[in-house]
Design a protein around this ligand. Structure first.
Ligand SMILES: Cc1cc2nc3c(=O)[nH]c(=O)nc-3n(C[C@H](O)[C@H](O)[C@H](O)COP(=O)(O)OP(=O)(O)OC[C@H]3O[C@@H](n4cnc5c(N)ncnc54)[C@H](O)[C@@H]3O)c2cc1C
Length: 281
């Protein structure tokens, strides 16, 4: 099928983007187009104006200053995967990105598009929660900083207002003794995950001092499994942590997998990821 007819705007600055966003309900931002264009072609959405933000230089770049790493919204998955700064300062993201789709999609897809879309089966929203990220939104009235835990509200639902553009994400530096783990289960590499886990913690020698376990594909948004993480930190064992997942996750049946199977897979991932983190491999 072909996309419905739409007008096209190509702003070169944020001020011009705000002008476009004033146009009302039918206006949609076009980033990498890896989800939006298929949804137009399948006639799942029919915006009246597409605002192409690929030429707004203020939305690009990865930088470190003042104890945070800032990633511009138009940073592509491929740039995350090949950035030396990301590999050394945010290894959780470096581990997660190769699991996103296929190379051709990673060449175009952006972190801003991925977070704004808020597909609950995807890697980067979960990493944002595990890493305590702050998402920065802007509109004509100014900027707003939204903690990742308050940003994802449901399936394809975020705290962004209709006239907002997501401009960047900031990650506090994980600090000394920080370790991370990531794994997901998908039918084939590059498919959307059935269930996945992004984990970030602090462990010195044999002792944990903190741990965040964020599951994706296990509910309507990325979910922090706090009681399970506490069970690991306080040495209660993997079994106790796995049992604590029951209250934290809310997977649903779909054409691929039952909720029961997803819960089982989440327990398996927890065991694998925590054991890998504890063994230091
Ligand atoms: C076959 C296939 C498999 C995929 N598998 C995965 C996967 O395993 N994991 C994964 O994470 N992703 C996957 N994706 C999605 C892809 O990785 C992109 O990250 C995702 O589509 C969104 O990024 P984008 O830049 O392409 O956004 P677009 O498609 O351009 O936009 C998506 C939505 O976000 C809005 N938007 C975009 N940028 C902004 C912004 N800065 N501010 C506000 N709103 C904005 C748009 O208006 C639109 O509603 C897959 C896609 C395909 C086609």
């Amino acid at each position: 099928m072909k996309a419905p007819v739409f007008a096209y705007a190509k702003p070169a600055s944020l001020a011009e983007v705000f002008d476009c966003l004033d146009g009302g309900e039918g206006v949609r931002l076009l980033a990498g187009g890896q989800s939006l264009i298929p949804s137009l072609n399948m006639r799942l959405s029919a915006p009246t104006v597409l605002v192409d933000i690929n030429h707004v230089s203020a939305l690009r770049g990865i930088s470190e200053a003042g104890g945070v790493v800032r990633i511009g919204a138009m940073t592509r998955h491929h740039e995350l995967a090949t950035s030396a700064l990301i590999a050394s300062l945010l290894p959780l993201i470096a581990k997660a990105v190769p699991h996103i789709a296929h190379q051709a999609i990673r060449n175009r897809g952006t972190i801003g598009g991925s977070l704004a879309l808020a597909d609950p089966s995807t890697e980067l929203p979960a990493c944002c929660l595990a890493l305590d990220a702050t998402i920065i939104a802007a509109n004509r009235k100014g900027e707003r900083r939204i903690a990742a835990r308050d940003f994802f509200l449901g399936i394809y639902e975020t705290a962004l207002a209709p006239d907002d553009i997501l401009i960047a994400v900031e990650f506090p530096l994980p600090g000394e003794d920080a370790i991370c783990g990531f794994d997901e289960l998908a039918r084939r590499h590059g498919d959307y995950a059935i269930v996945g886990l992004a984990a970030q913690g602090v462990r010195k020698g044999q002792t944990w001092s903190s741990l965040k376990l964020t599951f994706f594909g296990a509910g309507d948004r990325p979910l922090l499994a706090e009681a399970a993480a506490q069970a690991v930190v306080f040495g209660k064992g993997i079994g106790a942590a796995q049992a604590a997942l029951e209250d934290a996750l809310s997977p649903s049946d779909d054409g691929e997998c039952s909720a029961k199977t997803k819960m089982h897979l989440a327990r398996v991932l927890l065991g694998r990821v925590v054991e890998t983190m504890e063994s230091g491999t």
